[in-house]
Design a protein around this ligand. Structure first.
Ligand SMILES: C[S@@+](CC[C@H](N)C(=O)[O-])C[C@H]1O[C@@H](n2cnc3c(N)ncnc32)[C@H](O)[C@@H]1O
Length: 256
């Protein structure tokens, strides 16, 4: 069974793995769900420290890789299913859910968490436990949405980073985002896009910035607006978490 290049890239991102390893080995106990187990790497760290791990993977091909990697653990059950619709026979002390994506738009993290929160014990934990989302105005020569990974698309920052959203994974998450965000411009020029950056809270006190495979910043083109230093503009930002990048709309206007 050959590992896919996507799973290989996830396993090559040492910064991402180190952050998860640290928190999983600290928090693992009792009953654990590992939702979106992929290659099974996170389950393989949790299993020796827990009573039982339910590892869930919806992609059958990827699940075969997890099956092979986890076969020696007697306390792991691999479920090939969509984590949104699964029935778990017992509640979890810890839910690990790594279906992260910048601003949680393009993966199932939010719909999955909304459907499994009922299975978390009262004093249980979720890894990661939340995110902060931030945005900056940019002048970028881009025609389409693009992730800021590998080759950096040319862009100039036109404002400071503004944290516009804080999401707690233990509470119900409204997937619909529709914000008007005031942004103070700190450069003369043209604003033609925004850069969205997601910071992952592995625990409330352990924040991990973007890594190549964990929420690389997203550059989003907008309409163009000529600006002076000190101007204020309004960013209208709309998307659905779990709805995919097609739901993302961003436009800017001057403060009238
Ligand atoms: C970002 S990968 C993480 C893989 C692994 N946990 C790791 O950290 O290396 C997310 C995985 O979640 C799986 N996945 C996505 N949506 C899912 C869903 N609704 N139910 C179960 N698995 C899902 C994908 O197929 C993929 O293997």
């Amino acid at each position: 069974m050959k590992i896919t290049s996507y799973q290989q890239n996830l396993l090559s991102d040492i910064e991402r793995l180190t952050a998860f390893y640290e928190v999983i080995t600290e928090k693992s106990k009792g009953i654990i769900y590992d939702l979106g187990t992929g290659s099974g790497v996170l389950s393989s760290w949790a299993a020796p420290l827990s009573r039982f791990v339910y590892a869930v993977e919806k992609d059958p091909f990827t699940a075969q890789i997890a099956q092979k990697n986890l076969r020696l653990f007697k306390n792991v059950s691999l479920m090939v299913s969509d984590a949104k619709t699964i029935f778990f026979p017992e509640k979890a002390d810890l839910i690990i859910c790594e279906m992260m994506d910048t601003a949680l738009i393009d993966e199932d993290q939010v719909p999955v968490l909304n459907s499994v929160q009922k299975y978390l014990k009262k004093d249980g934990d979720i890894i990661p436990c939340g995110v902060f989302n931030g945005v900056e105005a940019v002048d970028a020569n881009i025609a389409h949405l693009c992730y800021h990974e590998g080759v950096t698309p040319q862009h100039q920052l036109m404002s400071k980073l503004i944290i516009y959203d804080k999401i707690d994974f233990k509470k119900y998450i409204n997937p619909k985002i529709h914000y008007s965000i005031p942004i103070l411009i700190n450069n003369k020029g043209t604003v033609s896009g925004v850069k969205i950056t997601t910071f992952t809270l592995l625990t409330p006190n352990f924040i991990c910035g973007p890594t190549p495979m964990l929420n690389p910043p997203l550059l989003v083109p907008t309409n163009k607006l000529d600006v002076e230093k000190g101007d204020e503009i309004i960013l209208k930002l709309k998307y659905s978490m779990g709805g995919g990048l097609d739901t993302l709309r961003a436009s800017i206007e001057p403060v009238s």
